[in-house]
Design a binder for this molecule. Structure first.
Ligand SMILES: Cc1cc2nc3c(=O)[nH]c(=O)nc-3n(C[C@H](O)[C@H](O)[C@H](O)COP(=O)(O)OP(=O)(O)OC[C@H]3O[C@@H](n4cnc5c(N)ncnc54)[C@H](O)[C@@H]3O)c2cc1C
Length: 378
């Protein structure tokens, strides 16, 4: 009988968006199960900027203290010329931004953020080794098929399965990602390898056709991260298993400020990643199935907002679904999409231009947003 049992929702993908959504839905009494293709969660060498807008969501999921204790609290995101070091725009974070935007701006190890999100979802609600292979909506629910031979049924499905989302393909057909012709090298390593060379809290060094962003990811400055962007049109691999050549990387940033060369000289190992995005989709949901995060709005990393958008999605989706019965799910999904589409499309488009904070920028529309209070679409 309607109303007597909680909704059951299957979430495909235990990335940033899937886990945040599971945690947020559990807060409003919805029964979730997360299905993840990977057999384990690994702490892969990358940093992640957690914008104030994402931190507001994470606070309500109970993760603020843990993330503050594990992450770096930068005074600013500074933007400097690659060669002269001239400051183009210093976006001040720290306490003044925390007061203004209502939450801190943190720099974390990606693995620490992922582990924090995983800690908000009891392990019995996450199934590893479940690679989705098919999905059908029937009269009594949505049926999911997995590569391990298992099947499952839920009232609704959320595809949080990343940029190459199978759920998106099933709903709306295949469409290739947009390869930007650029690649990112990235890695984390112990700051002790810098042999006493100092680096600033967080700096984006802007070159002519390339840049590098360098920051700490631990509160005691014990771990350093960098991520680059430079042209390499023929490289098309997006996988944590793809490694880059450190010598080629150093050569690509020759002539940059000594902070950059010191950081690259100390680095022994890098991941190499093709940078992709997509145009905004016209629809995210169909019936009782919706997309979320990179599955529907993947973006270039130049605003450091991809995961933040997925985390905001989680909060808004939980608000749309709160108190809804099974026959109201499709409408709740359309409401979610209507509430989120304009903002995520704007971030996708802005990110693509790679101009964020390059000069004095009005950043309020990104960081002041509160996914818990933003008005829901009618
Ligand atoms: C170089 C770089 C730097 C970045 N820096 C930042 C940053 O500083 N700040 C920020 O906010 N964002 C950043 N991002 C963006 C961020 O990483 C993504 O936007 C974010 O990870 C998206 O989360 P998601 O949950 O939608 O997808 P993902 O994190 O990709 O998770 C998708 C999950 O689904 C699983 N999956 C896929 N297919 C299946 C299947 N068929 N069955 C079951 N499971 C499946 C995957 O294994 C994965 O666990 C960066 C991205 C890049 C490339």
């Amino acid at each position: 009988m309607p109303g007597l049992r909680p909704l059951s929702i299957a979430i495909v993908g235990a990335g940033m968006g899937g886990l945040a959504t599971a945690a947020a839905l559990r807060c409003v009494g919805i029964d979730v199960m997360v299905y993840e293709q990977a057999s384990q969660f690994a702490r892969i060498g990358a940093g992640i900027q957690i914008g104030c807008n994402a931190m507001k969501v994470l606070r309500k999921l109970g993760l603020e203290q843990r993330l503050r204790a594990q992450s770096f609290y930068p005074r600013s995101w500074n933007n400097r010329d690659w060669r002269t070091g001239e400051v183009k725009f210093d976006m001040i974070f720290g306490e003044s931004a925390e007061d203004k935007f209502g939450a801190p701006y943190l720099l974390a190890h990606r693995g620490d953020l992922h582990a924090a999100l995983a800690s908000a979802v009891p392990p019995e609600y996450v199934r590893l080794n479940y690679k989705l292979t098919g999905l059908e909506e029937g009269a009594y629910g949505v049926h999911l098929r997995f590569a391990n031979g298992e099947i499952a049924t839920a009232d609704a499905v959320i595809g949080a399965d990343g940029v190459h989302s199978l759920v998106r393909e099933i709903l709306f057909g295949t469409s290739p990602v947009n390869f930007t012709g650029r690649i990112a090298y990235r890695t984390t390593y112990p700051a002790a390898l810098l042999n006493g060379h100092k680096i600033d809290d967080c700096t984006k060094w802007w070159g002519e056709d390339r840049h590098i962003v360098i920051y700490y990811v631990k509160p005691d400055r014990s771990e350093v991260y960098f991520v680059t962007s430079q042209p390499e049109p023929d490289f098309r691999i997006e996988s944590w298993s793809a490694k880059g050549n450190v010598k080629e990387l150093r050569a690509a940033f020759e002539g940059f400020d000594s902070q950059v060369t010191n950081v690259l000289d100390a680095c022994t190992d890098v991941h190499k990643w093709a940078i992709v995005d997509r145009n905004a989709l016209s629809r995210w949901a169909d019936g009782n199935v919706t997309l979320l995060g990179d599955a529907c709005h993947p973006m270039t990393p130049y605003m450091a907002q991809g995961a933040a958008m997925a985390i905001e999605d989680a909060a808004v989706l939980s608000r749309c679904l709160e108190g809804i019965e099974r026959d109201g799910i499709a409408n709740a999904f359309r409401r979610f999409e209507a509430t989120r589409r304009e903002r995520t499309a704007r971030v996708q488009e802005t990110s693509r231009t790679n101009t964020w904070l390059r000069q004095r920028t009005d950043a309020d529309w990104v960081y002041a947003y509160d996914a818990w209070t933003t008005p829901l679409a009618a």
